[in-house]
Design a protein around this ligand. Sequence first.
Ligand SMILES: Nc1nc2c(c(=O)[nH]1)N[C@H]1C(S)=C(S)[C@@H](COP(=O)(O)OP(=O)(O)OC[C@H]3O[C@@H](n4cnc5c(N)ncnc54)[C@H](O)[C@@H]3O)O[C@H]1N2
Ligand code: MOO
Length: 421
Amino acid sequence: MTRQATQGVAGHDGPGLAVAEARRRILDEVAPLIGQERVALAAALGRVLAENVHAPLDVPGADNAAMDGYAVRSVDLPENGPGTLRVVDRVLAGAARRDPLAAGECVRIMTGAPIPPGADAVVMQERVEDGDDGQVRIPGPVAAGENIRRAGEDLAAGSVALAAGRRLRPQEVGVLGSLGRPEVTVHRRPVVAFLSTGDELCSPGQTPGPGQIYDSNRHLIGAALRRLGVDAVDGGVIGDDLGALKAAISEAGSYADAVITTGGVSVGEADTVKEALACAGDIAFWRVAMRPGRPLAFGRVGPALFFGLPGNPVSAAATFYQLVQPALRRLMGEAGTLQPAQLPVIAAERLRKRPGRMEFQRGILEPGADGTVQVRSTGAQGSGMLTSLVHADCLIVLDAERGDVAPGETVQVQPLEGLQR
Ligand SMILES: Nc1nc2c(c(=O)[nH]1)N[C@H]1C(S)=C(S)[C@@H](COP(=O)(O)OP(=O)(O)OC[C@H]3O[C@@H](n4cnc5c(N)ncnc54)[C@H](O)[C@@H]3O)O[C@H]1N2
Ligand code: MOO
């Protein structure tokens, strides 16, 4: 990255870089962290795999019953009408029968128990009538393979069960358990320092003076970082003082893999973040054509990535999810598409939109007509109104150049929870 002064930085004069271009330029700068560790399965949730995990055995390990009932030879049961078979054994999950079934025989079997040799189907017990002398009446026909789960149908021995670069959710941890793995190799967690800037900010326990407010961004960004699974280091509040900000950014860059500030990145007289970054590190670009969230600065302090997010709380959150989180996920070693997932839904009402910047409006998903999903606005969209995000369950993504959305039009939404992670 070349060192650039604030003036002349890409996006300085116009509306800023397109969101996709900004994301691409950021991701181009990010490589997965070097460094791995072994963790026990109980500590693996949310970590990113640094090894290809091969299945050392078939899962399931043997053909087994999918239902409680009777293991039969399908040839013994007539095409139409019931047949009568003699029950010669009983197999529970955890046991196995070695002797093959002979003609006219069946075995009482429970879900998960291995299929006895010779049997090729399981009839569920609800379809079976008890007869005399240990015999059962079973309605035909029964198809070969019915209610049998095949060895290796979930995972074949030797196959890649989980590929490196995968973030471990509960289901991946369960698969590791099913392979008998006590521990797994994951990428080291990035250290991410975050701090708020602004003379107006108070912390809990302090009494706001005239014109002061409590800091929300540090708590929001800290929580988002912890949920993402990074090692989040709270750098506190730094006042609007260039020297103090330069020192704080330099110090954070000396130990962190990424540094995030909020506030002081616009064009006001106390907006010192860009100047501090230009002194302490390098600015790659400033300003993204998104709303909320235009005045974002991206660069480096030493080897650390630097994100100067805007001060308005919704702008800080929006830029975090669109641009910071994908970068941190790549830093964490995650492979694949790192941008937030998007789905088309129907606009339930008119949405106001001025051409110019891509907008991330706060929306509420709800059932529409005929089983469709529709979205409506949370209402006022001011970037200082953090409760607009509290009421939202999605972001409505509106392309930069478009205008108002008419009711019934299809729009893209990013669910805030559920589909990601
Ligand atoms: N003349 C212009 N003014 C502004 C522009 C512009 O292009 N020209 N852009 C506006 C946009 S868009 C945004 S977003 C803000 C971003 O400004 P800064 O990043 O410099 O942020 P501040 O000025 O420091 O603060 C903005 C706003 O947010 C409040 N804030 C800041 N930090 C926190 C925090 N940690 N917790 C809660 N609230 C916070 C701050 O008090 C301000 O009200 O600039 C516009 N202005
Ligand atoms: O981009 Mo500002 O974030 O519109 O409020």
